[in-house]
Design a protein around this ligand. Structure first.
Ligand code: SF4
Ligand code: SF4
Length: 279
C-alpha cells in the first residue's frame, strides 16, 4: 500500500496540467519525495510544546472532521522539489523573486492544494478516512506566538516527522532534494509503515548547525531577516507577503510571489550539502 500511495502522488505531479507552467508546459516540480509518520509518534505531542498548544495532533485533525470514533493512523507527507530551471531563474535575483519562481510559488501551491484533495479523495475511495489539515475550515494561523507566526498544522514539521528532511538556519526543511520545494500532507486512518528518521539531529542537513560553517542564506536575504541567531519570521513575512507582492505580483500575474532568495544560490538548494565532515 505504501508504494500505491507514493505512486498516486507521483502520478498526479507527473500528469496534472496544474503542475506545469501554462505558457511553456514545463513542470514546476521534480518527482516528489513521500514519507509516512505514525499518527501516535510522540513527536506530534511534542509539537504542542515546541510550536504551541494550538498545534494539532493527527487525532485532533481527524476528530475535528469525522468525530471521535475515528482514530488517525498515519500522516502521509510529501515534498515537491522545485525544478532546476526554476531554481536557476532565481539565483541571479538579489531583491525580488524571479517571475518563474513566483509562478511556481503561486500556481505550484494551487497544484499542491489540488494534490491534497486528490489524495484525500483517493483514500476515501479505498474506504479510508482522510483529511488534509491545511484545507480544513478550522486551520488557523497565529501572528504572535512565542515562536513567531505559527499555525494549527505545520507542513514542514509533518515532513520532518515523516523522515523527509531536517530543519535549517532559515527555518526551512533541507531534504535529499534540497531546500527549494513545497510540501504537503494528509492525515488518514489507513495504517502505513512509518519512514525512519535517519538523521542524527533535527538540524543535521544544515551546514551551519552540522559544522558551524556556511551561512550563505544570510547574505541572500534582501531584508536582513537571517542571521547566525536564525530567522526573523516577522521581517521575512512582511517582505514575502507585503513588499514583494506589492513590487512584482501584478506584473507577474500572481497573488503570492514567495521569495526563495535564501533557498536558491545556496549549497543546500537542491541537495543535502556535503560539507567537510563525513559523520
Ligand atoms: S545556506 Fe547553508 S546555513 Fe543556510 S540553510 Fe543552507 S546549509 Fe544551512
Ligand atoms: S524567504 Fe526571503 S525574506 Fe524570507 S528569510 Fe528567505 S530571503 Fe529573507
Amino acid at each position: 500500500m505504501e508504494e500505491q500511495v507514493r505512486s498516486v502522488i507521483a502520478r498526479f505531479i507527473a500528469e496534472s496540467p496544474l503542475a506545469r507552467f501554462a505558457e511553456s508546459g514545463e513542470p514546476y516540480f521534480d518527482e516528489p519525495l513521500v514519507g509516512f509518520a505514525a499518527a501516535d509518534d510522540p513527536l506530534f505531542a511534542d509539537y504542542k510544546r515546541i510550536i504551541g498548544p494550538f498545534h494539532r495532533t493527527p487525532d485532533e485533525v481527524l476528530l475535528g472532521v469525522f468525530g471521535p470514533e475515528y482514530r488517525a493512523a498515519t500522516v502521509i507527507s510529501w515534498v515537491l522539489p522545485i525544478t532546476l530551471a526554476v531554481r536557476m531563474s532565481n539565483r541571479p535575483e538579489t531583491r525580488f523573486p524571479s517571475r518563474a519562481w513566483a509562478l511556481a510559488r503561486n500556481f505550484g501551491e494551487q497544484c499542491n492544494a489540488a494534490l491534497r484533495r486528490h489524495l484525500t479523495g483517493w483514500l476515501e475511495e479505498q474506504g479510508h478516512k482522510a483529511v488534509a489539515p491545511q484545507l480544513t475550515s478550522s486551520w488557523q494561523e497565529f501572528a504572535d506566538t512565542p515562536v513567531g507566526i505559527a499555525s494549527t498544522w505545520s507542513e514542514r514539521h509533518a515532513a520532518y516527522a515523516a523522515g523527509l528532511g531536517t530543519f535549517s538556519l532559515n527555518d526551512a526543511l533541507i531534504t535529499p532534494k534540497g531546500i527549494a520545494h513545497r510540501c504537503g500532507s494528509v492525515v488518514t486512518d489507513l495504517r502505513l509503515t512509518p519512514t525512519p528518521r535517519t538523521s542524527p539531529h533535527f538540524r543535521h542537513n544544515c551546514l551551519y548547525y552540522r559544522e558551524g560553517t556556511c551561512g550563505a542564506c544570510i547574505a541572500r536575504c534582501p531584508v536582513d531577516a537571517l542571521s547566525r541567531e536564525g530567522h526573523n519570521k516577522n521581517a521575512c513575512r512582511a517582505f514575502v507577503y507585503g513588499t514583494a507582492v506589492d513590487a512584482v505580483a501584478a506584473r507577474y500575474g500572481v497573488t503570492a510571489t514567495g521569495c526563495g532568495l535564501c533557498q536558491t544560490g545556496v549549497p543546500c538548494e537542491g541537495r543535502i550539502p556535503p560539507g567537510a565532515r563525513r559523520d
